[in-house]
Ligand binder design. Structure first.
Ligand SMILES: Nc1ncnc2c1ncn2[C@@H]1O[C@H](COP(=O)(O)OP(=O)(O)OP(=O)(O)O)[C@@H](O)[C@H]1O
Ligand SMILES: [Mg+2]
Length: 289
């Protein structure tokens, strides 16, 4: 569905690249998550793949279309949920979707059904301009499904949403995945990436550092961790120690020997911890994630 090789992009057409030498493949029905901190190049990559940004260096195919010879037909096959919602403020939600569906030459979804799906049916006739940020975001997300896309681009689909609605969005994505939709998810939310993706790619400073399945990454880089909370000089201290590293194992036995443990439990490394280990960089979250 997606096969891109050596993509580089510079907004200023000079030596400063937003993305550099990016190559990856996404097979039919797969969910691929591009995971990386703010400014890493996730939206730039999505922009090129959806024809929003012209290809500069590299080559590739998206849904059977050559990126160097984009055709309008590509837009019939893909859905794009943008990071920034871009709906028409003067139109109601229903009018927005009714207008948008006319732009496609393929079978489309019923606008009201989509609004129901994202919990906006009760405000379907309200002007989108009067919507809250989270509501606009859901409308943008709903709009991206209108042409029943075989390939769906989701840029930060749950950012800024309250946890209940973020959970509903995640369930919709899971359902579409089960129905065979191919999905490119770009996010800095590693929980979402872990739950939804078949493969994740770690992107930092415009470079794709690694691609693998979440499970392989955990097997390869994840070590068994022990989180121990103990009292030291009357204060509760928390430490996370790896059982795979001799020094940390020794530290754990020291804590145990001191006998002031409040709680202790073992856990698997999270995707975020693996990301930090592999790239040496932190993923930064928005408060609302
Ligand atoms: N329109 C633009 N003009 C100039 N530079 C840009 C533009 N859009 C992005 N950039 C730069 O390109 C780099 C990659 O940005 P991009 O938006 O792709 O990152 P991102 O991974 O999507 O970040 P975020 O998590 O904040 O959405 C950044 O250095 C950014 O400043
Ligand atoms: Mg972005």
């Amino acid at each position: 569905m997606i096969d891109v090789r050596n993509l580089s992009y510079s907004y200023s057409h000079n030596k400063s690249y937003a993305i550099r030498d990016i190559s990856f493949e996404v097979g039919e029905g797969e969910v691929f998550a591009l995971l990386g901190p703010s400014g890493a190049g996730k939206s730039t990559t999505q922009g090129i793949l959806t024809g929003l940004l012209p290809i500069q260096t590299g080559e590739g195919e998206v849904a059977g279309f050559d990126l160097r010879h984009m055709s309008r037909d590509l837009f019939n096959s893909i859905g794009v949920s943008f990071e920034q919602s871009n709906v028409y403020g003067k139109l109601t939600a229903l009018e927005n979707l009714a207008f948008y569906r006319k732009l496609f030459d393929v079978e489309t979804e019923d606008p009201m059904e989509l609004l129901k799906m994202v919990g906006l049916d009760h405000v379907a006739n309200k002007r989108a301009g009067d919507y809250s940020k989270g509501m606009k975001h859901r409308l943008t997300f709903a709009r991206s499904m209108i042409n029943k896309p075989k390939l769906w681009f989701l840029d930060e689909p749950t950012t800024g949403l309250d946890p209940t609605i973020a959970g509903q969005i995640k369930d919709i994505v899971l359902k579409r995945k089960q129905e065979g939709t191919t999905i490119l998810l770009t996010t800095h939310n590693m929980f979402l990436a872990d739950q939804l993706s078949d493969k994740v790619g770690f992107i930092v400073d415009g470079e794709l550092k690694l691609i693998d399945t979440p499970r392989n990454l955990k097997l390869k880089y994840g070590q068994r961790l022990v989180q121990v909370d103990y009292y030291q000089d009357g204060e509760l201290v928390s430490e996370t120690l790896s059982l795979a590293e001799a020094g940390e194992k020794h530290r754990l036995s020291e804590i145990v020997a001191a006998g002031n443990i409040e709680t202790m439990h073992s856990r698997e490394a999270t995707l975020e911890e693996i990301f930090i280990k592999v790239t040496g960089r932190e993923l930064v979250y928005n408060e609302a994630d």
